[in-house]
Design a protein around this ligand. Structure first.
Ligand code: NAD
Length: 370
């Protein structure tokens, strides 16, 4: 094991070899326009998705990875080298509150296990930094509400990592539905699932995951139902199936089918599972047309078609689009076509709470957002 002193020496040496650049303002613009502000982001949680986001951010033009927060010193030194992060922008889970005194970081992107999102968001907000938080934003609506309130009180923005809200084929179907090209939306089907492996991973630990497949993958169908129909559901019914109670312990859902009703009378039928592959499909049917995405939520390319023919929008790495889009939201107060703010994440948590209640009680549960 490396000692802390060795780690600090290595970290400093690495940091010295990285020229420090002030990324607050892009150095120049080709056409002499006012310089574009750059969102300077620290990633918290350097796991598999954190690494994917970091790699994708290399191609961002409005956001820049400048900091890292991890409990593993060797990961921090790796990231300093790999992404040119200065040592002064590296923190661990004990000392990251000190980020409040770091003027070179605007936002922290929380990419840790689900149950940590709530306490970490509260700490980042208290440090006065904008929060980008992975989905699910929390493990229940109570936590989600507290996160929204904490960010509001601290005067920072809270955005949820809904990368598909920036994905061009998805947005084309949303545009067609909004413009009336499909007529009134009548029905949505969402299939979200995969066969999960290693039984010891945090995703199968209720304390860290907050649940099972619903928290991790089913939430895509919950969220997708809302942006495809263009309304928030007002009731839910749900049925849970558990075929492997050893792997999927108490409170860790394996498979849930659920149905929504929307204020207009539209309905949805969805499946969330950790036991089946080849399940990644959204389908919205309207009075005069339809939209289909399959795969709908993977890392892409997303494929799709509508009643007018195949969708041909080009694929760009989702996390690159997302982080540039989030820079516009945070720095330039832009609105996204499909919102990604804390309230949006909170609605999904309110719905997930209702799905669990409906599955447990076998009753039709009314969904209330206030
Ligand atoms: P992961 O296990 O690969 O990474 C989690 C990281 O958190 C690890 O680096 C781990 O060391 C760190 N960590 C900090 N405290 C921990 C603790 N107490 N226990 C366990 N790990 C701890 O997981 P991941 O796949 O990167 O998922 C992280 C988050 O990102 C989850 O909320 C997940 O839902 C979300 N995610 C989102 C997408 C997306 O497409 N938007 C994709 C994958 C994951």
């Amino acid at each position: 094991m490396r000692s802390r002193r060795n780690f600090l020496q290595a970290a400093t040496a690495t940091a010295l070899s990285v020229p420090f650049i002030n990324w607050r303002i892009a150095p120049e613009t080709a056409n002499g326009d006012a310089p574009q502000k750059i969102l300077r982001v620290a990633i918290m949680g350097l796991g598999s998705y954190g690494t994917r986001v970091a790699d994708a951010m290399k191609d961002c033009t409005k956001a820049k990875l400048v900091g890292a927060i991890s409990g593993t010193p060797s990961k921090l030194t790796d990231w300093q080298r790999k992404y040119g992060i200065p040592e002064k922008n590296c923190y661990n889970y004990e000392n990251f509150d000190a980020i409040k005194d770091n003027k070179d970081i605007d936002a922290v992107y929380i990419i840790t296990p689900n149950a940590l999102h709530h306490p970490q968001t509260l700490r980042v907000a208290k440090a006065g930094k904008h929060v980008i938080c992975e989905k699910p934003m929390a493990i229940n609506a109570k936590e989600g509400r507290e996160m929204v309130a904490a960010c509001k009180a601290a005067g920072v923005k809270l955005l949820i990592g809904y990368r598909l809200h920036f994905e061009p084929k998805t947005l084309e179907i949303v545009r067609m539905r909004q413009s009336g090209e499909m007529g009134k939306a009548l029905f949505f089907q969402g299939l979200s699932g995969f066969r999960i492996g290693d039984p010891t991973q945090w995703r199968l630990n209720r304390k860290l995951a907050g649940g099972g497949a619903m928290m991790d993958i089913g939430i895509y169908s919950v969220n997708g139902a809302r942006y495809m129909i263009g309304e928030d559901p007002v009731w839910v019914t749900a049925q849970e199936t558990k075929n492997d109670p050893v792997k999927f312990k108490e409170g860790v859902d394996e498979t849930i089918t659920f149905q929504f009703g929307f204020p207009s009378g539209a309905t949805a039928s969805c499946l969330s599972t950790y036991s089946m592959n080849n399940l990644d499909r959204f389908f919205v049917n309207g009075e005069r047309g339809f939209g289909e995405l399959m795969p709908a939520t993977g890392y892409g390319p997303i494929q799709g078609r509508t009643h007018k023919g195949p969708l041909t929008q080009p694929h760009t790495t989702h996390q690159t689009l997302q982080m540039d889009g989030m820079a516009d939201i945070i720095l330039n107060n832009q609105q996204n076509m499909v919102p990604v703010d804390g309230e949006e994440g909170l609605k999904d948590m309110i719905i997930v709470d209702a799905i669990y209640e409906a599955a447990k009680t076998g009753k039709k549960v009314a969904i209330k957002y206030t």
